[in-house]
Write a protein of this length. Structure first.
Lengths: 481, 448
């Protein structure tokens, strides 16, 4: 129950400094001058740990704690922001004075009565750092190392990272919004380097979500990550240089959804569209992708890495259909951009921490499945590229240009997947690429739970996904001209 | 208006010295055989305007402590942004708990006492200047409006002005104490030219230790405008193999890949294409890359590294030959070498050699690609494979012909380093890695 989350958050964040809901009202009243339209307080306590193995040894681990409150005052399009690392009344009032200096000084403003956000939590509140004993974490990492090395004698290096975060947040806004969330997050990643005749290649895989470490051990889930990392590294040992030029590209299901995240996701964030700097600005209702393409951002999937019960402004997350059968339907919004664009917030207001301002961000973004059998999609290509894993991507939302780097790719020749290739970078224009999607597979998969998205220097965990799909033409940037 | 005062440096440093001593004592009492601590503070003000209106005004103030403990040869590490006494004690005990579970590694440990810095010259990094929000806003407005004067500029993502001060104290159980402090002033502008599907965006910025070293704020805005406008009518080009000239703002990323490949972790993990290349000629004989830790007002200047080890001026590349790696104590022990004083990274790196004007380099290459932006993560330091998205200008008959977008430039870093043909005189001094334009003999450009 969310009221229980609010109690946990008040106990952890407010009680130690002797604060209660009345004090929050007092700070908000102080913040809301005559020309301040909106304001909020974001309290956060965050504990994080990372255990790392290399060369067969768990030689170090780190533990980090951060706590503080971010205070924001909004006047029209202006935002004043300050934060304090002490959750005590004098520090709150000082930060509030700094934040409200953005607007003309006035009387203390109106603060609405609390509207508690009662949302069913999407994950357990338990502390994932405590979900496994320290000795067992070390043993797990060593077990993964031994297992990965046992898979093939060519495995020369194994790097394993086990990380968990436990975040408790409380948002109180002058419009009365009062919400709290307790967010667990774990992530396990395995990278291996394989060596053969002096040549070295790597493979990586991993997974995680909003749960405790136990999920990574259930049915030895970690073995799949090691299997996959080793498989990729061995494939890359056999890979030739990638081709260069324009050709049809088939993207595998799951993690290659990072293309979607880059090619259309960022361009559909509210801030860029309010400012008119996105290649998708003013195009709601227009055909922006091929028929059959439906793209969704869904922050409500239980336990997923990109999911949130409420966003960092206290708005419950939702399922937003961004593109429906090729037609642009909606943008992802936080409160500020929604208000300025006369739209509704979509629960996409996110921030890296209390020391950062919220902005519209993705949660879990994916393409809905289509009608084609994946085998049929590959068989339709005479000469092209089949890309199944990616190291990541980047986009310039104004021109729509995106780039992403394949970490596992193959040539398609006469309808068959033939040789592996290395070093393939795909480059294109988001709006253009989406109109060139000619076949969408029936095999929707979400990624394993390892994605991190960066925007304006702020990192947040996200999910991506897609079925197998074919783009009729994309530029492949290899070395073989 | 609230005025952003400059924190009293002496008072901040004195408080952090006390904190460092306390943490070391708590660690020793708790059972650490050795420990090191870094305490730091940062405060700043940043104003962003967009289309003539204030968009954000942000006040930053952060403190933190990071502690590393060793029990025998086992290591634990913890950080806290909460400096209250009981939080600090919890932080140290977390680090100790970790060290009780992590595995012994003979290479773990503090830096060797003989390598710790003993000389602390003034590197001219502290140039405090009270900046109030109104002044920051006025400067940001002036920056953006200078850029918006160009009629071809159609939109703005805003201009930002910020001022930062930071100070830190590092101490370890060898008895070493080192203090550092510095200021930084930044200004940037992002502008959009053109309409609809033909929109192009570009930016410019400056970043300096001393306020008076910044270029005129209007110039930053005008450069952003010029860069966005010159990209209009960008097009793809056909796939080809040609010489590629990297502008200084992207050339330094190539030097960054070199640093990554000669850094300790990549070397001992056997994850670098430059493993075991010490003493080999990696670059042409006329080119050197020098580390300059004592550069006055340098972005990365420091007399000691993150382990207290004395930094020193040295060549990484001496007339093309690799003369040193980039190592901290742990990696050095793993490799059977000595630390190079690079815990925490490189302390100003500069590419040197015979320099020419960029225009001369363009004439010299005749036909090829000038790259002004690279995108994406297509760099594999294990193999040296390089394939990144790029934007820039097509060069024909020794002159700029038209803007180019949506292409990739690809090659292998080892070949690219070896075939650098020339260095520009246009040294970019805004970051810790500093290079002029770099002309690479031949790369694959993939396009239409």
């Amino acid at each position: 129950m969310s009221s229980d989350r609010l109690k946990i958050a008040e106990q952890q964040l407010l009680a130690p400094g002797g604060l209660d809901q009345n004090d929050l009202s007092r700070v908000l009243a102080h913040l809301m001058g005559a020309s301040v339209d909106a304001g909020d307080l974001y309290f956060q306590n965050s504990a994080r740990e990372v255990w790392a193995l290399e060369d067969g040894l768990v030689r170090t681990a780190t533990h980090a704690v951060e706590q503080g409150v971010g205070i924001r005052a909004i006047s029209g399009e202006k935002t004043g922001f300050a934060y304090a690392d002490e959750i005590l009344m004098p520090a709150l009032l000082q930060a509030s004075s700094a934040a409200r200096a953005i607007a003309r000084r006035g009387q203390e403003g109106a603060v609405a009565a609390w509207r508690r956000q009662e949302t069913q939590p999407l994950y357990e509140a338990g502390d994932p750092l405590e979900s496994l004993a320290a000795g067992d974490k070390v043993d797990l990492l060593r077990q993964i190392d031994t297992y990965a090395r046992s898979l093939d004698p060519r495995v020369s290096q194994v790097l394993v990272n086990l990380a968990a975060t436990h975040d408790t947040i409380l948002v109180a806004a002058a419009d009365g919004a009062l919400a709290a969330d307790v967010r667990p997050l774990v992530r396990l990643s395995v990278t291996v380097i394989a060596e053969q005749a002096g040549r070295r290649e790597q493979g990586s895989d991993g997974g995680g979500g909003r749960f405790g470490y136990g999920e990574l051990m259930r049915d030895n889930a970690w073995q799949r990550f090691a299997d996959e990392a080793v498989r990729q590294a061995l494939v890359n040992l056999e890979a030739d240089n990638a081709p260069a030029g324009s050709m049809p590209v088939v993207l595998g299901p799951g993690w290659p959804g990072v293309l979607l995240h880059e090619a259309v996701g960022h361009g559909l964030e509210g801030d860029f569209n309010r400012k008119g700097t996105s290649a998708f600005t003013g195009r709601i209702g227009e055909q922006v992708a091929a028929p059959g393409v439906t793209v969704v951002d869904d922050g409500t999937l239980p336990d997923r890495r990109g999911s949130l019960t409420v966003d960092d402004e206290g708005t419950p997350t939702g399922r937003t259909v961004l593109i429906e059968n090729g037609i642009l339907r909606a943008y992802m919004q936080d409160k500020l951009n929604a208000r300025l664009m006369n739209m509704e917030p979509t629960g996409n207001g996110r921030r890296e921490s209390f020391a950062h301002l919220p902005m519209p961000r993705m949660t879990n973004t994916f393409m809905m499945p289509g009608a084609y059998d994946p085998a049929e999609i590959i068989a339709s290509v005479r000469k092209g590229l089949y890309a199944v894993n990616f190291a990541g991507g980047q986009v310039d939302i104004t021109s729509g240009r995106f780039v992403f780097s394949a970490s596992e790719a193959y040539l398609i020749e006469d309808g068959k997947v033939t040789r592996p290739v290395r070093g393939a970078t795909l480059i294109g224009n988001g709006p253009e690429a989406m109109t060139r999607v000619s076949m969408v597979g029936s095999d929707l998969q979400l990624d394993g739970g390892i994605g991190v998205c960066g925007k304006d220097g702020q990192s947040v965990p996200v999910g991506v996904g897609q079925p197998t799909l074919k783009l009729d033409e994309l530029t492949v940037g290899g070395t073989r001209a | 208006m609230v005025t952003q005062g400059v924190p009293d440096r002496d008072q901040e440093l004195a408080a952090m010295r006390v904190l460092v001593d306390e943490v070391l004592e708590v660690a020793a009492t708790g059972g650490a055989d050795a420990a090191e601590v870094s305490a730091s503070m940062h405060s700043g003000l940043s104003a962003t305007v967009r289309l003539g209106e204030v968009e954000t005004l942000e006040h930053h103030r952060d403190r933190g402590v990071a502690v590393t403990v060793f029990i025998g040869r086992s290591r634990g590490h913890a950080t806290s942004a909460d400096l209250q006494a009981d939080s600090i004690r919890r932080c140290v005990s977390r680090a100790l708990d970790i060290a009780r579970f992590t595995q012994e590694d003979r290479c773990n440990g503090l830096a060797d006492p003989g390598r710790l810095a003993t000389h602390f010259p003034d590197l001219d990094l502290w140039h405090p200047r009270a900046m109030n929000p109104e002044e920051a806003i006025q400067r940001a407005l002036a920056c953006e409006s200078a850029g918006l004067e160009d009629a071809r500029v159609t939109n703005s993502e805003g201009a930002s002005v910020s001022a930062h001060v930071g100070a830190a104290v590092y101490g370890n159980s060898h008895g070493f104490r080192g203090e550092s402090s510095g200021t930084r002033y930044d200004q940037s502008c992002v502008l959009v030219a053109g309409q609809g599907g033909g929109m192009q965006r570009d930016y410019w910025y400056d970043s300096r230790r001393a306020f008076e070293d910044l270029e005129a704020v209007e110039l930053t805005g005008r450069k952003a405008a010029e860069r966005a406008v010159r990209r209009l009518e960008s097009r793809k080009i056909a796939t080809c193999e040609v010489p590629v000239l990297f502008a200084p703002e992207v050339a330094r990323s190539l030097v960054g890949h070199f640093v990554g490949a000669v850094s300790g972790r990549a070397l001992y993990q056997n994850a670098s294409f430059l493993k075991d290349t010490l003493g080999e000629r990696l670059f042409p004989g006329w080119l050197s890359i020098r580390e300059l830790p004592f550069l006055p007002r340098g972005p990365g200047s420091t007399a000691f590294d993150a382990e207290g080890v004395a930094t020193r001026e040295r060549d990484l590349i001496d007339h093309g030959v690799l003369t040193g790696y980039v190592l901290a104590s742990y990696a050095a022990r793993r490799l059977g070498l000595e630390t190079t004083g690079n815990a925490g990274g490189i302390h100003n790196l500069r590419v040197r050699g015979d320099v020419q004007a960029q225009a001369d380099l363009i004439r010299q290459m005749g036909r090829g690609l000038l790259v002004t932006e690279v995108m994406g993560q297509g760099v594999n330091l294990i193999t040296g494979d390089y394939s990144r998205g790029a934007c820039g200008f097509w060069i024909e008959d020794g002159a700029i012909s038209h803007p180019v977008e949506e292409v990739t430039v690809a090659g292998n870093l080892r070949d690219m380093f070896a075939t650098i043909q020339a260095l520009g005189d246009d040294l970019d001094q805004r970051g810790a890695i500093q290079s002029g334009s770099l002309l690479i003999g031949r790369m694959t450009v993939a396009g239409a």
